[in-house]
Write a protein that binds this ligand. Structure first.
Ligand code: PEP
Ligand code: MG
Length: 933
């Protein structure tokens, strides 16, 4: 085969002109020439741009035209397509017909086309496609004659009616499946391919009845009408629920719209020298350099990806059609060299001749992304700087996914499927996406579930999102389940053919055993094994040498530090192994829930005078000191930010209603019940069973006193330390005693004491004074000083507004963006899920503001407070410790705002490191990271 060179495409001027008549809506490609090129993804969508680029390079691409995204946006605005779009489409169709020497759906050799969506960012399977368009009662006869294959013609026509009926006329797939399954049953066969031309012709008659019954109209016989209706249906599919959901998950702008690609059909289902396939130039699951993919002989592309038949590994094509195989290898290798990235391609072989239908940069797991980036640098294909951007920071999580612990239990392998997406998942079986959401997605009932399906479809996306893992009995490595889970970094075993899944009876049968909803299974997505029962999982090791190598390229660009939020030494040690450069938030209230401490804590809260409170605090002091010493030791040499007590006190006390019931029933309780009650209340200063009668009402009175209508806005944060200064005193003493003790042992300690929920400078001054006084006392007593800082959290809008004042007293700021989001929006962070799903579905909010920082609103406060604070104190250290500190787009924002560090949960440290490195490298290298869509 001749060597193909892909020219470096030039960018065409694609600015939308003012006058609609001047807009170029339709771009033709074919005959070695395309109106557009590979860089026009905004206009042509990824697929259209790829088709143009391949055509320009002389690759075998069936000709066609792309209706650009602006037409879709107009359709969204006006619910109609303009005359100019119609005119340009007719012109492009005429050009295509001339090129092919055929007419759409007419004549002895009718032109048939596919109509496919294609947005700027690939959204696999989320929008709609129609194949074989142009077939009708007449052209099907012509096709039968021309191909000398009446069965193929009938099969193509019934597929069109089915797809058209479903996509354009909104008829449920099941209505067609029923007809088809009944025919197979009648013919006593399981395989579609066993049905004869006559059988399929009968199916067509029935399909037409289905259309008439459900859509109240006939299947359109006019090919142009088919085309217009199909085009508009593809535009509409941009707005379907699963596409919207996918865009939300992937942060893709709702306003982009999709292009529509109309392309001459080539047929993979013409017989034994035809077939369809999909593939990747490297392994997208584990990143090995191998030609990777699947195909099916005598099948259309949809059959390969839908999982209806289990496909064959692509290397086998070499044995069946060596010439087409060699050409495919040659072309895809060139495509990879040209795009300098892994290609995910689709092809069809029609009567031995190869056609390329699509190429795009392939989605891959985090593991594969890192490995492939390193390989490509080694091969000289990309630079180290480019490699940094080849991994989405969230994907690094893949290196941290668990593995199955196979030593702890006997392992019974039920079946082995394809290792579609690595990691391990253990959970209870569910058979529908809705059930998965019910069990795993609900606030109060968060159970780990494994979604088991014969095959998944894009309609299952909400269930897949909440499931721990996915198991399918059909489909290959490029099936919907495999592709989607890899993108999510979620464990998946696909195509486990020994498992018989019955979604109706909600059972799965394998090895003579029946499993029902709620039964436990374990999946190994790295080997493809399905294991009976509930195995334990092992923590992954983040010390993969390739990951280290990759991070060593990225990290030098990073200017912001990355710390972790950790409360106990174990988490601090874990965070350090992930590369944390300090603790940005140690929530001390979490330390009080320990078994040894909770009793003293409760006694402290129940005390109604300072003397009793101090007595309880005295007991807590050594325990707190021990906690702090442990964290200091774990973070030897690195800063540790310790926050003074924050939660509402009633969180440590029993529920008011429960207490009332116990008091009311106490007199009727048996001795045994009283004993149980005593055990329940033993930590609340109840001395014995005889004391219950007196102690419980006293306890209730205190609970009543502490009860708040709005605890999140109540007696918490610095307000606690101001009303009970002895609490802050005790905590400060524990911190500094531990700091001095550790220093004496040679540990380098850098404590930063942080005051929460500050709104006024006087609050800060009040608490700061206590901390500094106690520090001096301890240093004097111990004869040693330790460097330390006292700062504040900025988590209330007022604090952001008066940050210049607060900075007079605070040596550092740390944005508590959880509370700052709560108080800026006025959303309760614990109850927002009552409104959030509707807000997201309606597009009122684009993202959950508690997950990704609302840069427009809350972000302004962050920016303002940083600027105002630094006006007062130019060297003010500023960080963030809300959940947003580990979310890539928020990390990027923090970098742009000039923060010194971000702090996040230990498992997000790697993600934050890469996001911070990419943010800085984008600026230094003047490249577009391309991550924030
Ligand atoms: C915050 O509000 O962002 C914060 C880190 O504190 P917490 O989540 O403990 O309220
Ligand atoms: Mg907070």
């Amino acid at each position: 085969m001749a060597t193909i060179t892909l020219p470096e495409a030039e960018v065409k001027e694609t600015k939308a002109p003012n006058k609609a008549s001047a807009t170029k809506y339709v771009y033709s490609f074919g005959g070695g020439k395309a109106d557009g090129n590979g860089k026009m993804k905004d206009v042509l969508g990824g697929k259209g741009a790829g088709l143009a680029e391949m055509t320009n390079a002389g690759l075998p691409v069936p000709p066609g035209f792309t209706i650009q995204t602006e037409a879709c946006r107009e359709y969204m605005r006006t619910a109609t397509t303009s005359k100019e779009v119609e005119r340009q489409m007719d012109e492009a169709l005429a050009k295509l017909e001339a090129l092919q020497g055929q007419k759409l759906g007419t004549g002895e050799n009718p032109l048939l086309v596919s109509v496919r969506s294609g947005a700027k960012f690939s959204m696999p399977g989320m929008m709609d496609t129609i194949l074989n368009l142009g077939l009708n009662d007449k052209s099907v006869e012509a096709l039968a004659k021309r191909s000398n294959n009446p069965r193929f013609a009938a099969d193509s026509y019934r597929r069109l009616i089915q797809m058209f009926g479903n996509v354009v006329l909104d008829i449920e797939k099941a209505a067609f499946d029923e007809v088809f399954d009944a025919k197979k049953k009648q013919r006593k066969t399981k395989l579609d391919t066993d049905l004869t031309a006559k059988d399929l012709q009968e199916v067509i008659v029935e399909y037409k009845k289905v259309v008439k019954k459900h859509a109240k109209r006939d299947f359109p016989q006019d090919p142009r009408e088919q085309l217009v209706l199909a085009r508009d249906a593809v535009f509409r599919s941009w707005q379907n629920d699963r596409a919207k959901h996918y865009r939300r998950m992937n942060n893709i702008d709702d306003m982009l719209g999709t292009a529509v690609n109309v392309q001459a059909m080539v047929f993979g289902n013409l017989g034994d020298t035809s077939g369809s396939g999909v593939g990747f130039t490297r392994n997208p699951a584990i990143g090995t350099k191998e030609f990777y993919g699947e195909f099916l002989m005598n099948a259309q592309g949809e059959d390969v990806v839908s999982g209806v038949r289990t496909p064959v590994p692509i290397l086998k094509l070499h044995e069946i059609l060596p010439e087409a195989y060699n050409q495919l290898r040659e072309i895809t290798t060139r495509l990879e060299q040209h795009y300098k990235d892994v290609q995910d391609f689709e092809f069809t072989v029609q009567d031995g001749k190869l056609y390329m239908l699509q190429t795009r940069n392939g989605k891959r797991t985090g593991l594969a992304a890192v490995r492939i980036a390193i390989q490509m640098v080694d091969e000289g294909l990309i630079t180290k700087e480019e490699a940094i951007f080849r991994v989405d920071p969230n994907q690094l999580y893949d290196f941290l996914v668990p593995r199955l612990d196979e030593k702890s239990t006997k392992v019974e392998v039920l079946a082995t499927g394809l290792p579609a997406s690595p990691g391990a998942a253990v959970g209870q079986i569910v058979f529908t996406a809705d059930e998965a959401v019910r069990m795993a997605g609900h606030e109060t009932e968060k159970k780990p579930v494994i979604l088991v399906r014969a095959e998944t479809t894009p309609e299952d996306i909400h269930g897949m999102e909440v499931a721990k893992g996915i198991l399918t009995s059909r489909g290959g490595m490029t099936s919907h389940a495999a592709v989607v889970t890899r993108g999510m970094g979620k464990c998946c075993v696909a195509g486990a053919g020994d498992i018989d899944v019955n979604e109706k009876t909600r059972e799965m049968k394998v090895k003579g055993q029946t499993f029902k909803e709620g039964d436990w299974i374990s999946l190994d997505g790295t080997t493809g094994r399905v294991i009976k029962g509930k195995l334990n999982t092992l923590d992954p090791s983040p010390d993969d040498p390739e990951l280290q190598k990759f991070m060593n390229w990225a990290d030098p660009y990073r200017k912001m530090k990355v710390r972790a939020n950790a409360d106990i030494p174990r988490d601090a040690i874990q965070a350090r192994t992930f590369g944390a450069e300090g603790i940005g938030l140690c929530r001390t209230e979490h330390m009080f829930f320990g078994e040894k401490k909770i009793g003293h804590m409760r006694a402290m809260i129940l005390a109604d005078n300072e003397k009793d409170r101090r007595a309880a605090l005295k007991k807590l002091l050594p325990l707190q000191r021990e906690d702090f010493a442990g964290v200091f030791k774990a973070m030897d040499g690195l800063p540790v930010t310790i926050r003074t007590l924050d939660p509402p006190l009633h969180e440590f006390l029993p529920r008011r209603e429960e207490l009332m019931v116990d008091i009311a029933l106490l007199s009727s309780y048996s001795a045994k019940q009283k004993k149980e009650l005593l055990a329940k209340y033993k930590d609340y200063s109840v001395k014995g069973a005889g004391d219950l009668k007196k102690a419980l009402p006293t306890l209730l009175a205190r609970v009543e006193q502490l009860h708040e209508f709005n605890p999140m806005l109540g007696h918490r944060g610095c307000r606690l330390g101001i009303t009970y200064p002895e609490i802050t005193e005790m905590q400060a003493r524990a911190i500094f005693e531990a700091a001095v003790d550790c220093t004496k042992k040679g540990i380098k300690v850098l404590p930063e004491v942080m005051i929460p929920l500050v709104a006024t400078v006087k609050e800060m001054a009040n608490q700061g004074a206590i901390v500094r006084r106690v520090a001096e006392e301890v240093f004097k007593e111990k004869g040693m000083k330790v460097d330390y800082m006292v700062g504040t959290m900025i988590e209330l809008p007022r604090a952001a507004l008066v940050a210049d004042e607060i900075a007079k007293e605070a040596e550092f700021f740390s944005f508590g963006t959880n509370d700052l989001t709560q108080t800026t929006f006025g959303f309760s962070r614990d109850d927002v899920n009552k409104v959030l799903p509707t807000y997201l579905a309606e597009g009122i909010l684009k993202q959950d503001p508690f997950a990704a920082l609302d840069q427009e609103g809350v972000g302004q406060l962050v920016k303002m407070a940083t600027e105002r604070g630094r006006k007062t104190r130019s060297n003010l250290k500023v960080g963030i410790c809300g959940e947003h500190g580990g979310e890539p787009s928020s990390v990027e924002f923090c970098y742009r705002t000039g923060l010194n560090y971000v702090s996040c949960s230990p498992f997000r440290v790697l993600t934050a490191r890469l996001a911070a490195a990419q943010a800085a490298a984008t600026e230094t290298l003047k490249v577009e990271g391309g991550r924030t869509k």
